[in-house]
Write a protein that binds this ligand. Structure first.
Ligand SMILES: Nc1ncnc2c1ncn2[C@@H]1O[C@H](COP(=O)(O)OP(=O)(O)OP(=O)(O)O)[C@@H](O)[C@H]1O
Length: 457
């Protein structure tokens, strides 16, 4: 076959647009794909300057021909340059452009050939992904955590500080307050962010499974161990291990964990070869660990080892001013997965959300919005679309709003804020939204002592 006889067919069959210009940029030939991309018929472009396409990737340097007017002729070619051209109907098309100068047998420049790939759809999809990401993680979030109330800003400040160190962090707070999000934020905000973040739910596994999950095992270590397996500590090497529900680990595992924390070495179950690991420890619990220590079910030495830097997630009742922000975030998130056209929430329904006491915290609010999405046919979420417990909630007259949550929450928050403010009681009162006298009374009520005054820890 003489391929030279078939160039025109090959040229016309290409899916990418092809344009040939002479040294002054005058369009000599183009294929049907180029007609499609530009919206011009071949006869409309032939003989015209390529400037008609208004390509944002072209660098015109002057007048004349060749390298005197266009940079392409000076550099010889471009490859996969993302730019935009203007179509005949004035609309913009995103293209990927490659171009090469053409020379005759004597090496004289005679023109250039350009290929154009229409990437408009790809760019649109990228923009959609970007906007979805923004909806899922609005700009005013802290590593995905939402809330602008002083107690939340205080928490973000503490996370930022502790992320710069490798100190073990213990996160406390009621269920659904975002402890796992805080653990991830500690990892993300620190120098280990490019390394693994490994979560282990200590309450979900029995004693032997938990040990093999944490430390790994060798083949034959127990019935059913038909091959060796690395544990979560090894998997988290150089990164962070997040031990959720730490209050639930059995006493024998507590001993082993303490040894790992002190020696920074693990032993796989069924093996005695120590393996060094470099892991940051973050733990979380919704139990009162101090109480478990007093009862003797949690080792005091382990408690002090993991509780070097405590972080307290405030209950939602301690920052009700964040309910509108959280609600609109969950509405946007539900919109992505729903074909319903829900525009927002009515003021009356929002009032109901603000009045409720949220024992299940932000998780309960998320579930409440999900529930409302099921009932609401479209338009605005109204009171009628809320679960009966929220709709019908009446705060007992004797119970003032749970401004700072229950007593365990109050104490933790107070201690954390006092530490953050260097024991400035006025500043602490401002952050917690209570009076200075209340701060003073709570310090006495809970018997909180300044660390240097206590002389311990
Ligand atoms: N401040 C927040 N901003 C945005 N979403 C939040 C916030 N707090 C909690 N959530 C959402 O609430 C849900 C529960 O959060 P998370 O699992 O981190 O809570 P938790 O305190 O670890 O709960 P548990 O103790 O039950 O394990 C998640 O869907 C999370 O996205």
């Amino acid at each position: 076959m003489n391929i030279g006889d078939h160039w025109k067919t090959i040229f016309d069959t290409l899916h990418d647009g092809l344009i040939v210009v002479d040294t002054s940029g005058c369009i000599v030939a183009l294929n049907p794909a180029a007609e499609e991309i530009t919206g011009f018929a071949a006869e409309e472009l032939q003989g015209r300057s390529c400037r008609i396409l208004n390509c944002t990737g072209c660098k015109f340097v002057g007048k004349g021909s060749g390298d005197k007017w266009c940079r392409l002729f000076a550099v010889g070619g471009v490859r996969d340059k993302q730019c935009m051209i203007t179509k005949k109907d004035r609309r913009t098309v995103h293209i990927l452009k490659s171009a090469r100068v053409l020379r005759d047998a004597s090496g004289e420049m005679i023109g250039a050939v350009e290929t154009l790939t229409d990437i408009s759809q790809l760019v649109r999809q990228q923009e959609e992904i970007k906007s979805l990401k923004q909806t899922c993680q609005p700009g005013d979030s802290f590593y995905g955590i939402l809330g602008q109330a002083p107690v939340m800003l205080n928490l973000y400040g503490m996370i930022d500080n502790v992320a710069r160190s490798d100190a073990p962090v213990m996160i406390t707070g009621q269920s659904g307050t975002g402890k796992e999000m805080v653990a991830r934020a500690v990892h993300q905000a620190g120098g280990r962010r490019e390394k693994p973040f490994i979560k282990v739910n200590c309450a979900a596994l029995n004693e032997s499974l938990l040990e093999s999950e944490l430390f790994g095992h060798v083949k034959g270590a127990f019935t059913g161990a038909d091959r060796s397996r690395i544990g979560r500590f090894e998997a988290a090497d150089q990164g962070t291990i997040f031990l959720d529900e730490i209050g639930d680990i059995p006493p024998s595992t507590q001993v082993k964990l303490l040894r790992v924390l002190e020696e920074k070495k693990i032993e796989r179950v069924g093996d005695h070869n120590p393996i060094s690991v470099d892991v940051r420890i973050v733990t979380a619990t919704n139990k009162d660990l101090e109480n478990l220590v007093r009862q003797g079910t949690f080792r005091e030495d382990l408690y002090f080892r993991i509780n070097v830097f405590p972080l307290q997630c405030p209950p939602l009742a301690a920052h009700p001013e964040d309910i509108p922000l959280l609600t609109s975030h969950f509405i946007s998130r539900n919109m992505i997965h729903s074909d319903k056209d829900i525009a927002g929430i009515s003021p009356a329904a929002l009032d109901r959300l603000m009045a409720y006491d949220w024992p299940g915290n932000v998780r309960e609010l998320r579930n409440t919005v999900e529930y409302a999405f099921v009932l609401c046919p479209g338009g605005t979420i109204d009171e009628i679309h809320l679960p009966a417990r929220v709709r019908g909630f009446v705060r007992p007259p004797s119970a003032p709003p749970a401004v700072n949550g229950d007593e365990t929450g109050q104490r933790g928050l107070l201690e954390q804020t006092l530490r953050q403010t260097g024991w400035n009681q006025s500043e602490t009162a401002r952050i917690l939204g209570v009076s200075r006298v209340t701060v003073w009374k709570r310090i006495r009520k809970f018997g909180i002592e300044r660390p240097w005054a206590a002389g311990s820890r």
